[in-house]
Design a protein around this ligand. Sequence first.
Ligand code: CIZ
Length: 301
Amino acid sequence: MNKEIFEEIQQLKKERNAVILAHNYQIDEVQQIADITGDSLELSRAASKTNAEVIVFAGVHFMAENAAILNPGRTVLLPDLDAGCPLADMITAEKLREMKAEYPEAAVVCYVNSSAEVKAEADICCTSSNAVKVVNSMRQREIIFAPDKNLGHYVSSFTDKEIILWKGFCPIHARLTREEVVAAMEEHPRAVFVAHPECTPEVLALADYVCSTSGMFKYARETAVKEIIIGTESGMLWRLHKENPDKKFFVASTKMICPNMKKINLEKILESLKELKYKIDVPEEIRKLAYQAVKRMLDLG
Ligand code: CIZ
């Protein structure tokens, strides 16, 4: 890591009373300089427990919005405004309103990978780690599950609810093929395959264990298994190796690299802290509604 930039960031962080949050998919150096690494919700919750006035979110746009939803009154910065999420962009509040009109009896469960406007239209949010629990907690029989169809399809195997799927997907997880997983398993016959529920149903059918990124860290820590093939974005490898030096980790496909997650680097974090850019603001009326949907999920525990 560039020592000068590292020290400048540390100095500015103190002056600004800032905290740096990095998502599990960020590049190694960014994860190294972060105060907290984790999934999007863990990060936003952790930020609200600090006394930082400024939150620098090394992630993608919807994640910085989540931090703004949960931390009103604090300055939330996204170091690169182009760091977006194609999955979150596959749904708009307007289109969701149209679907709600088509299924007036249905509840809307919205994956956190969505904009604040979309969350504001939802009854409740979910993450990949609690989606089954959230869906089963709803009193309605019909559930509009948005925007990730693969996560929604996975949830449908664990519920009697009628799931109406929005047809969005994560292009990075959708890239992983059955053939690649089979090849990785043949190359590492002693390894277990752990997959993210944003992968396709064909890929999930091969998985020994399906879980969120935080679930993967927990699994890696607790299992006696020494070799793990991971079916998610490759940024996970840095922390998996760091926390489990006695274990081996392999990516199921070298194609699982999210270009948006790789847009943030140390130079951009430094600029962000220097110039307090780019501020992520969520209009208060949207924030309040989106917060209700997030809070209902958090209240489930
Ligand atoms: O919510 C997150 O952070 C994402 C995108 C995935 C996960 O499983 O952590």
